[in-house]
Design a protein around this ligand. Structure first.
Ligand SMILES: *[C@@H]1O[C@H](CO)[C@@H](O)[C@H](O)[C@H]1NC(C)=O
Ligand SMILES: *[C@@H]1O[C@H](CO)[C@@H](O)[C@H](O)[C@H]1NC(C)=O
Length: 183
């Protein structure tokens, strides 16, 4: 009876932690559980549901001329586990502290220039400057984010907003995912 109660409590804690995304804690509890009970009760920890793994991929549908400081809105969503990426604003918001991976690829329009930057909150990070289009450029970054940190791609100035993309080709895209939650 006491064992059953303990098991219930541990599984409940494990579930709460999992929903909050602290997968490292969850796997620790899972290990302890496995040691104590040789039990398979914590299956939900080793196999979380997709929405519990923050990850997104989105493409831009239509070519356009971006405003000088316009945030790129990748409107065609392929994956958005947890809905932490907002296709209406183009902003990813970290659901919790952790190590995250981001990448984006953009194509410049025919005969025109494109310059975009990756931003974390109010901090400008790397740029991509594919040169006169049609040309593609790409960037990859691993970032240590705090909860609610925002990550997005923004145009790098007037005359540099000529982004190309097309429905069914999806040349320009933005992706990100949690590598691991941290303390
Ligand atoms: C795992 O998740 C399923 C679906 O939410 C639920 O029915 C089941 O009780 C969970 N198992 C454990 C051990 O938490
Ligand atoms: C980033 O901005 C959000 C508000 O949008 C804030 O909650 C968060 O603490 C900021 N992160 C840092 C590292 O300043």
């Amino acid at each position: 009876m006491k064992l059953t109660l303990t098991l219930f409590l541990v599984v409940t804690v494990c579930h709460v932690i999992l929903v909050e995304g602290c997968t490292f804690k969850c796997s620790l509890i899972e290990d302890i559980l496995a040691m104590m009970f040789k039990s398979k009760a914590s299956d939900n920890c080793s196999h979380p549901k997709p929405k519990e793994i923050p990850a997104f991929s989105a493409s831009m549908t239509n070519a356009k001329v971006l405003g000088a400081t316009e945030i790129l809105k990748f409107d065609k969503v392929w994956t958005n586990n947890g809905d932490d990426y907002d296709p209406k604003t183009g902003i990813f918001k970290a659901p919790f502290k952790g190590v995250y991976q981001f990448s984006f690829t953009v194509m410049s329009s025919n005969g025109k220039n494109l310059l975009v930057y990756l931003w974390q909150n109010e901090t400008r990070l790397v740029s991509v400057y594919p040169g006169i289009g049609f040309n593609e450029g790409t960037a990859n970054m691993v970032l240590n984010l705090k909860k609610d940190d925002r990550v997005y791609v923004k145009c790098g100035g007037s005359g540099h907003g000529y982004i190309y993309t097309a429905k069914d080709y999806w040349y320009s895209m933005f992706s990100g995912y949690l590598i691991h939650a941290t303390k």
